[in-house]
Design a protein around this ligand. Structure first.
Ligand code: NDP
Length: 444
């Protein structure tokens, strides 16, 4: 059995009942296998055994008081996966589905994503099974304060820097940063995605969505095409989806469908983003509202049915495994040309394989959605230098980073005779830098 397969099998046996973690692990290890097995220095140095084992995993109780005065308890997580190239860095997710398997899959992916940005950031992830939906502002604040009252001792600007993810946006980051500052007395970049008036970076809010479109456009341009005039379908209607839709429309694409966990809206005239922002960012209401307000739109319940909508470009931006093999077949039959993952691992293994086999340009999340963490890295840099960059400056850097990521993964794929297999290109490119840093730092 090859070194890579041995580590894969042992890690799965050692971590049973963690399907999402197994999925991410097997996707990455199986693609880097030929490269790792051809370079025996990795085995001698135990690189894979060290890479698959988080440096530290923290699980903790988060008690908080709801508006009726009752005490509730949730579970908090922070997995500090790998700090070979920089402080741990990765978002916090608040969603009832959160468990150790999901946090580990996200943390493992984050190592390679952060490596691809070219910035000095290690990989980590965290969150809680707390459900922010339907909670009052005060409940959210009390929860965030309690969460940080435990987590603060494990994070810091040079150690571990959390940010947002599903269920964690500017409001939650504000409450967590406030509590961190109160407990430590430090006004450092211990959390990113902060408000512009207290250390945040312009473009952070837009970064993941804009970055997704920058890499999509670069990929199309490299194949003599462009987003202009293309029809796009974007799942979700949260932070990533909204700003992906905004940038796609500004480059001349027509976004005809968006969704939430309840269903999707189709608007043949192109989705009116002002209406979506009002519903989702201001009112925090359901996307079905859109069809009540816009005459040309129709709502269908069942979020995964969004993949039945015919499009040139499909951007899954909601959650893991939201696009399965059947959905991929539908998209392919309808002539999709490019699929780029705004969410983390939204395409199932089967779906990703189908896209690659059928010649659909497929950009994996660790490359395609790296814009968010990249601008978080820029936020850390601005905090360190006590400076503040304009929207244009930060946006230009984001674009350069995304273009560079595409060039890197494209080149790595071609060099290894895997033309257009960007999953392969991203995994190899992300791995090489981290493994090199680990080799240079000795057996730690
Ligand atoms: P948000 O919480 O802002 O939005 C999530 C969106 O996805 C909501 O519209 C939500 O709908 C929808 N959704 C959740 N579960 C499902 C489901 N099962 N089916 C369909 N829709 C669903 O999160 P983000 O936009 O920040 O994150 C989205 C994805 O992007 C995640 O995978 C995240 O890890 C990834 N990502 C985010 C980054 C960031 O900077 N924010 C950076 C890199 C990756 P509802 O309101 O009904 O729950």
């Amino acid at each position: 059995m090859s070194y890579t397969n041995k580590v894969l099998q042992e890690t799965m046996e050692k971590n049973p009942h963690q399907p999402e973690f197994h999925q991410a692990l097997s996707e990455i290890l199986s693609t880097i296998q030929p490269f790792v097995d051809a370079n025996p220095q990795y085995e001698r140095a135990g690189i894979l055994e060290r890479l698959v084992e988080p440096e530290r995993q923290i699980m903790f109780r988060v008690p908080w008081v709801d508006d009726s005065g009752s005490v509730r308890v949730n579970r908090g997580f922070r997995v500090q996966y790998n700090s070979a190239i920089g402080p741990f860095k990765g978002g916090l997710r608040f969603h009832p589905s959160v468990n150790l398997s999901i946090i580990k899959f996200l943390g493992f992916e984050q190592i390679f994503k952060n490596s691809l940005t070219g910035l000095p950031m290690g990989g980590g992830k965290g969150g809680s099974d707390f459900d922010p939906k339907g909670k009052s502002d005060n409940e959210i604040m009390r929860f965030c304060q309690s969460f940080i009252t435990e987590l603060y001792r494990h994070i810091g600007g040079d150690t571990d820097v959390p940010a947002g993810d599903i269920g964690v946006g500017g409001r939650e980051i504000g409450y967590m940063f406030g509590q961190y500052k109160r407990l430590t007395g430090l006004h450092t970049a211990a959390v990113t995605g902060r408000g512009i008036c207290y250390g945040g970076s312009l473009v952070r809010k837009e970064a993941t969505g804009y970055g997704l479109i920058y890499i999509t456009e670069e990929c199309l341009n490299s194949r003599n095409s462009t987003l202009k005039g293309k029809t796009a379908v974007i799942s979700g209607s949260g932070n990533v989806s909204i700003y992906a839709a905004e940038k796609a429309a500004s480059l001349g694409a027509k976004v005809v469908a968006m969704s939430d966990s309840g269903g999707y809206v189709y608007d043949k005239n192109g989705i009116n983003l002002d209406v979506i922002k009002q519903i989702k960012e201001v009112e925090r209401a359901r996307i079905s509202e859109y069809a009540k307000r816009v005459k040309t739109a129709a709502y269908k319940s069942g979020s995964t049915l969004i993949w039945d909508v015919k499009c040139d470009v499909a951007l899954p931006c909601a959650t893991q495994n939201e696009l399965d093999g059947a959905a991929a077949k539908k998209l392919i039959a309808n002539g999709v040309k490019l699929v780029a993952e705004g969410a983390n691992m939204p395409a199932s293994d089967e779906a990703a394989k189908l896209f690659i086999e059928q010649g659909v340009l497929f950009l994996p999340g660790k490359a395609a959605n790296a814009g968010g963490v990249a601008v978080s890295g820029l936020e850390m840099a601005q905090s360190g230098q006590r400076c503040f960059w304009s929207f244009e400056q930060a946006d230009k850097m984001l674009k350069e980073i995304m273009v560079n990521i595409f060039k890197t993964i494209d080149k790595r794929a071609q060099e290894n005779c895997a033309k257009d297999n960007f999953v392969f290109g991203a995994n190899i490119a992300g791995f090489i830098k981290v493994a090199e840093a680990m080799l240079l730092q000795g057996a730690v």
